[in-house]
Design a protein around this ligand. Structure first.
Ligand code: AMP
Length: 183
């Protein structure tokens, strides 16, 4: 049973590393960002509620995110674990996730924090923005995403540090080396 959280500032390479880990341990990747983008594409009610906040680089409400994750982890492919990519992003989400884990009679193995200096994040995202088609990969929005990360997600890292399951990985290495230091 592997239950892993992968966090890091926008542009740290979470998605890429989460995919590696997902394959390595044969566990599904649960990316709240991907799920929200899919909801927007579908034009679902959730998508409509999340769209403006995402485009502004803010965080979607904890209620919406928790509902999304709760439904997802109840699916059969999650029985042997999962990797949370970009979740939990607030202290409240982390706190509620603890309760969900207890209810499922399971617990988290570790939180991996991919560390990348702020200006490197910005440079990477501006570069990605040229091809990603993501409306939130532009400088003004990137700065807001970083601000949200610093204000709301850094306390989440402390929460897991206190629980003793926090691992830090240098995210400015090559994709392969980052992957090696994670697995
Ligand atoms: P990401 O793909 O992880 O960079 O997420 C893109 C955007 O989706 C973020 O800037 C937030 O607006 C939203 N989002 C993704 N995950 C969460 C989360 N756990 N809590 C709140 N908002 C989220």
């Amino acid at each position: 049973m592997m239950r892993i959280i992968l966090l890091g500032p926008p542009g740290a390479g979470k998605g890429t590393q989460a995919q590696f880990i997902s394959k390595e341990y044969d566990i599904p990747q649960i990316s709240t960002g991907d799920m929200l983008r899919a909801a927007i594409k579908e034009g679902s009610e959730l998508g409509k509620q999340a769209k403006d906040v995402m485009n502004a680089g803010g965080l979607v409400s904890d209620d919406l995110i928790i509902n999304l994750v709760q439904e997802r982890i109840a699916k059969p492919d999650c029985v042997n674990g999962c990797i949370f990519d970009g979740f939990p992003r607030t202290y409240i989400q982390a706190y509620i996730l603890e309760g969900l884990m207890l209810k499922l009679n399971t617990s988290l193995n570790c939180l991996i924090s991919l560390n990348v200096p702020e200006e490197e994040s910005v440079a990477r995202l501006l570069n990605r923005g040229k091809t990603s088609g993501r409306s939130d990969d532009n400088e003004k929005v990137i700065r807001n995403r970083l601000k949200e990360y610093n204000e709301k997600t850094l306390p989440v890292l402390q929460f897991y540090r206190d629980k003793g399951i926090y691992v830090e990985v240098n995210g400015i290495d090559t994709i392969e080396n980052v992957n090696l230091s994670i697995t």
